[in-house]
Unconditional design. Sequence first.
Length: 368
Amino acid sequence: MKKERIESFDFMRSVTAWIIVIYHFACICNTTPQYGNFPLFYTHANGVWGENTSVNIFFMLSGASLYYNYSSLKFSSLKTYYWGRFKGLFPMFYMLWFFLFYQKAVTGGTLFYNGSPKTMLLTLCGMDGYLSYRYPQNYYFIGEWFLGALVCLYLLYPLLTWCMKRCRILTTLLLGAGTLALHWPMPYFMIQRERNLIVCLFAFWLGMLFIEYRSFLSRRWVTACFGGAALIFIFIRVPFDPFLCAQVISVGLFLLFYSLGSQIMKLKKVTPFFQYTGKISYAIFLLQHVVMGQVLGLFSKYKLTVLQESCILVATFLLIYLFSDISVRLNQLMLNSKWFVTLQNFILNAPNFRKVCSHSDEDQKNSR
């Protein structure tokens, strides 16, 4: 039986996508000398809006959505689960990557314009962005670093569901302690702490916990307490590590956005828009940098004011929505194509393939 859709999640996907896009837009503007400093969703009183805050919300939302739909996984259903995750992430990623790779290869005059073709294996696994700190010369030019982290989280998810049933408190304490421990320098971790898989796991796990305790955590006084703490940390500088402040802010905003989305999604006039944005949000994450780079590149020789940058941001959003919509439609055509459906049937029914063949052989013998 199909579960009732949590419409508030569409609102949260939309808001998170907007914040991440605006943050990256601000990053480019604030690091380009001829552009004006773009203030919106770049920094808050205790850190930045990007990896420290909005991406944490994204991971919590991913964990909550997945656990809501797959709260219990049997060993026999693992193949279906992993195929579903693959189908949700990789076909569109491959499609867009090959298009841009072809474009860059033609411009560069060679297929392997950026070094060894071996690093393409990272792209094949969706890990080129996440592991770029170790392999900087690779073919990463679409998507985000958190795509690789999400792949790891999806792989570990069956283990997390087991932990949720068997050792929920212990897992929460271990992941929380691991995240807290990153407050102190750890030289054996080359990756920056905001991208550490422990941090991503903890945020993902908190999203799963939200589903388990949704009736309690969605109460107004709980939302007011956590949301109020988040707003205090956003607007008032406190003498704590910004990394730890971001954890508090992301949890508070997650609950605040959920509560706000529950009310806003009751308005029939805006519901279709948020549902649509939630539907194309993955394509938005994949395409944002490409579209943003092309649009801002047109103005690289000009000095821009904040007002002009705001107008460019609106145009960028419109183009991101347009190309994301096209990408989603093309991806759906690919998923519905005869060859992909055949591949899917073969993969999901592979264990029964011999049985089918043996039964057909027996039928032929009996007919003789």
